[in-house]
Write a protein that binds this ligand. Structure first.
Ligand SMILES: NC(=O)c1ccc[n+]([C@@H]2O[C@H](COP(=O)([O-])OP(=O)(O)OC[C@H]3O[C@@H](n4cnc5c(N)ncnc54)[C@H](O)[C@@H]3O)[C@@H](O)[C@H]2O)c1
Length: 165
């Protein structure tokens, strides 16, 4: 996705250590999105740098290697749910107060993109944990786009590979 026509200021949160942490219009913040306290600290860094947030793009993800439910360990399940669902939940919760703090006159208080998957709407394309997490993420997207936050605009997108079922 390109926002370049508006010369955006970007904050990238990723569990991997960034090579360079600060540029004029971009900050890279090391953050495990599945840990709420890390999300809060990262969000504060973003607010300190830019003052507000206009667009949240929840894209962090990992695969569950198509593990069936019976093959899935507790650790694997918790890890997938943490990154694919809890992380976006924490991020959405952290960003909404900054959308709401914008003046009533603001045309658009903010947009949230939750990257889902065909596994958000179908059952047999991936493993049990991933499919559960993406279904949950689509549910969160639908719930929070239902007018709970006036003036905010939210949508979800579902990139996918082909799937027959
Ligand atoms: N690749 C596909 O075919 C495909 C299909 C459907 C949906 N998706 C979804 O699209 C999104 C991106 O997929 P991709 O293939 O581009 O992945 P990718 O591996 O290229 O990028 C994912 C990024 O998430 C980061 N990340 C992983 N765990 C993290 C954590 N705990 N905290 C913060 N950052 C973390 C990784 O470091 C990486 O930079 C994911 O949500 C994935 O589920 C991908």
């Amino acid at each position: 996705m390109s926002f370049s026509y508006r010369a955006p200021k970007v904050a990238s949160l990723d569990i991997r250590q960034p090579k360079v942490e600060n540029h004029l219009s971009r900050i890279d913040i090391k953050c495990n999105v599945s840990v709420d306290t890390e999300v809060k600290v990262a969000m504060q860094k973003v607010i300190d740098k830019y003052g507000t947030v206009d667009v949240l793009y929840n894209v962090a993800g990992i695969t569950d290697r198509s593990m069936r439910v019976g093959e899935t360990t507790n650790e694997g399940f918790t890890n997938i749910m943490g990154i694919e669902f809890n992380g976006p939940f924490y991020m959405v919760r952290a960003v909404i107060p900054h959308f709401l703090a914008k003046p009533e006159s603001a045309d658009l208080k903010g947009s949230i993109f939750n990257v889902c998957s065909v596994a958000a709407v179908r059952g047999g394309c991936n493993g049990a944990s991933y499919t559960s997490a993406k279904h949950a993420l689509l549910g969160l997207s639908r719930n929070t786009s239902g007018g709970s936050c006036k003036g905010r605009d939210q949508m979800q997108c579902c990139p996918s590979r082909s799937c027959d079922n």
